[in-house]
Design a protein around this ligand. Structure first.
Ligand code: ADP
Length: 210
C-alpha cells in the first residue's frame, strides 16, 4: 500500500517546517521532516556522521541514504501504531528533494497534492534563516555561505522535482504572507482532500469476504 501524501515544497526558510508541524497536529495528518530525521541521528554513529558531512556544507545527503532512512522511519511509525496508512495523510517536508528521490519514492507514495510555498524575495529567506539559527542553534543556518549554497542546491536539484508531477497536482501559496495566512491558504487546499479520503469506504482487511 502507498502512503497517502501531501508534499510541502519550497526553498530553505519558506516555512515548510513551521506549517508542517501545525498541520501534523491535526487529526488524520502526520508531519515527516527529513531535516529533523537527520538532526535526530546520533552524531557519533556512522549514519549521523554521513548526514552531518553533507548538511554542514549545505549539500544534499545522498539520495539512497535519505530515502532508506525515511522509509525505515515510516515503517517504525506504522509498527508502533502511530501511523495508519489507509487513513492518515503524510505531510512530507523536505522529501523528495531531488528527481532521483521522487523516482525512488514513486512506488511508496500516493501524492495527493503538492503545496508549493512560493518565495519572491530570497533576501527575506536569509533573514528568516539567521533568526532561526539563533532560536534553534542550527549551524547550517548561521553561516551565510552555507545558506547561499542551500539556495543554489535548491534551484539546481529541488526545483526540477516540480516537473516530475502533473501540473494540476500543484497548488502555489505565497510564503511571504504571515504564518497564519499561509496556514489558512494551505487549509483551503487540504480540507477537501481530507474529506475525500474520509469519504472513501474502508477497505476490507482481507480478501474474498462479502
Ligand atoms: P532547510 O529546508 O531549511 O534547508 P531542512 O531541515 O529541511 O532545512 O534540511 C537541512 C539539511 O538536511 C539540508 O540542507 C540537507 O543537507 C539535508 N536534507 C534534508 N532533507 C534532505 C533530502 N530529502 N535529501 C537530501 N538531503 C536532505
Amino acid at each position: 500500500m502507498k502512503y497517502k501524501s501531501i508534499l510541502l515544497f519550497g526553498a530553505p526558510g519558506s516555512g515548510k517546517g513551521t506549517q508542517g508541524k501545525v498541520i501534523g497536529n491535526i487529526l488524520g495528518f502526520m508531519h515527516t521532516s527529513t531535516g529533523d530525521l537527520f538532526r535526530a541521528l546520533d552524531k557519533n554513529s556512522e549514519m549521523g556522521k554521513v548526514a552531518a558531512q553533507y548538511s554542514s556544507k549545505g549539500l544534499l545527503v545522498p539520495d539512497d541514504f535519505t530515502v532508506n532512512l525515511w522509509t525505515q522511519s515510516m515503517q517504525k511509525l506504522v509498527d508502533a501504531g502511530k501511523l495508519n496508512p489507509p487513513t492518515d495523510i503524510l505531510v512530507m517536508d523536505g522529501i523528495p528533494r531531488s528527481v532521483k528521490q521522487a523516482e525512488l519514492l514513486a512506488d511508496n507514495i500516493d501524492v495527493l497534492k503538492i503545496l508549493s510555498l512560493n518565495v519572491s524575495d530570497m533576501d527575506m529567506m536569509v533573514d528568516r534563516l539567521k533568526k532561526r539559527a539563533i532560536k534553534e542553534g542550527r549551524k547550517d543556518d548561521a553561516d551565510e555561505k552555507v545558506i547561499r549554497n542551500r539556495f543554489a542546491v535548491y534551484e539546481k536539484e529541488t526545483q526540477p522535482v516540480l516537473g516530475f508531477y502533473p501540473k494540476d497536482k500543484i497548488a502555489t501559496v505565497d510564503a511571504l504572507m504571515s504564518p497564519i495566512r499561509v496556514l489558512e491558504a494551505i487549509l483551503k487546499v487540504l480540507i477537501p482532500i481530507r474529506e475525500a479520503v474520509d469519504a472513501q469506504p474502508a477497505k476490507p482487511s482481507c480478501c474474498g469476504g462479502h
